[in-house]
Write a protein that binds this ligand. Structure first.
Ligand code: FE2
Length: 133
């Protein structure tokens, strides 16, 4: 389970609200390891998160373009890399189905990346946005 700590707030209302939704969907994925659920349900939970990651990245990039964020390209590349990583895990799931090991790998990947990304890249953008919006 992850929660949004104070140092994960970017100060940009739209982004912080979406991060809350993102965290909810991440927690739905990480808690899958505790229950035995069907492949369909697991798939649905992963897709709900995957779709939201794509939407959130798109909205964040839109805001960055609007205020001519100088780090836009770098930030967008980070998003692209993570989407590719997530896609790789989805392919693995499609091939092997649910397992506690898979849930753990997926959870570690998401939690590790998202927390770090929010604390570094997103907070950096938050600071810029407040000064340039
Ligand atoms: Fe981001």
């Amino acid at each position: 389970m992850i929660t949004l700590s104070k140092d994960m707030e970017t100060g940009v209302k739209k982004i912080d609200e979406q991060h809350m939704e993102l965290v909810d969907r991440i927690n739905a994925v990480t808690s899958m390891g505790l229950k035995s659920i069907s492949k369909e349900e697991t798939q649905k939970t992963i897709d709900l998160l995957g779709d939201y990651i794509v939407k959130h990245f798109r909205d964040e990039e839109e805001l960055q373009k609007q205020c001519n964020y100088p780090q836009f390209q770098t930030h967008q590349n980070l998003h692209k890399q993570y989407i590719a990583e997530f896609q790789k895990l989805k392919t693995e799931f499609a091939a092997n189905g649910p397992s506690p090991k898979f849930t753990l790998t997926l959870s570690n990947s998401i939690v590790g990346w998202i927390v770090k990304h929010i604390k570094s890249a997103d907070s950096q953008f938050g600071k810029y946005y407040k000064e340039h919006k």
